[in-house]
Design a protein around this ligand. Structure first.
Ligand code: FNR
Length: 194
């Protein structure tokens, strides 16, 4: 089946924040990306990260039906044209809840080849990005690298309205989505018939 994506076909992006914190900057920036998405680009935020069971390979055999929340996550990933991830760094590593979700996706058929953008709002948090890049590459994601994915925030604690009121931030948000959408369309063009 052709995976070519005509320019006029809507694009669905699935966004995962690695933070469960209610005032999370990473979640807020994903909401801001959702709010600024251009026509024809739909960003859906994942809200089930904290409800996933702990990964257990015993529940993930070839003949097993995965837990419902895991099946739902895999379906959402499968339906998405691209995955946006924005995550804090904890103790120089990936938050356990996010790694747990990725572990459930390791053997899923929906994940390999999926275009992924790592949004970076904390340029000093180098360990989490290196670690996520390594994990996602190992999982055969199509990891897209672009300087536009680094979105610098002038201060902490901004809500979505605060981000959207700042022209520099909105410019960054548009640039990040533009770069990702372009990369996804290119990815599909390069994989026609795969
Ligand atoms: C952190 N933070 C942090 N930051 C960093 O750059 N390197 C680190 O190793 C850590 N470690 C760490 C451990 C713990 C337990 C906490 C609570 C925090 C800071 C953290 O990444 C930062 O505040 C993020 O902006 C939080 O993201 P959210 O929740 O606002 O999305």
């Amino acid at each position: 089946m052709s995976q070519n994506l005509p320019m006029d076909q809507p694009l669905g992006l699935f966004a995962i924040s690695g933070s469960l914190r209610s005032e999370s900057s990473n979640t807020t920036v994903l909401h801001a990306l959702q709010a600024t998405a251009p026509a024809g680009v739909i960003v859906s935020l994942y809200d089930g990260l904290g409800d996933l069971p702990y990964f257990n390979p015993d529940l993930d055999g070839e003949t097993d039906t995965p837990p419902p929340s895991v099946g739902q996550l895999r379906t959402q990933i499968g339906q998405a044209d691209g995955l946006l991830i924005s995550s804090p760094e904890y103790a120089h590593g990936v938050p356990g809840v996010l790694k747990n979700a990725l572990d459930w996706l390791v053997s899923s058929l929906e994940f390999p080849g999926k275009p992924v953008a790592l949004i970076n709002i904390s340029p000093r948090s180098t360990f989490v990005h290196a670690s996520l890049s390594e994990t996602l590459t190992t999982m055969s994601a199509s990891l897209i690298a672009d300087p536009a994915f680094t979105i610098s925030l002038p201060r902490k604690g901004l809500d979505v309205a605060g981000m959207l009121a700042d022209p520099q931030i909105t410019q960054c948000l548009h640039a990040a989505l533009d770069a990702f959408v372009r990369a996804i369309r290119m990815h599909h063009t390069n994989h026609i018939g795969r």
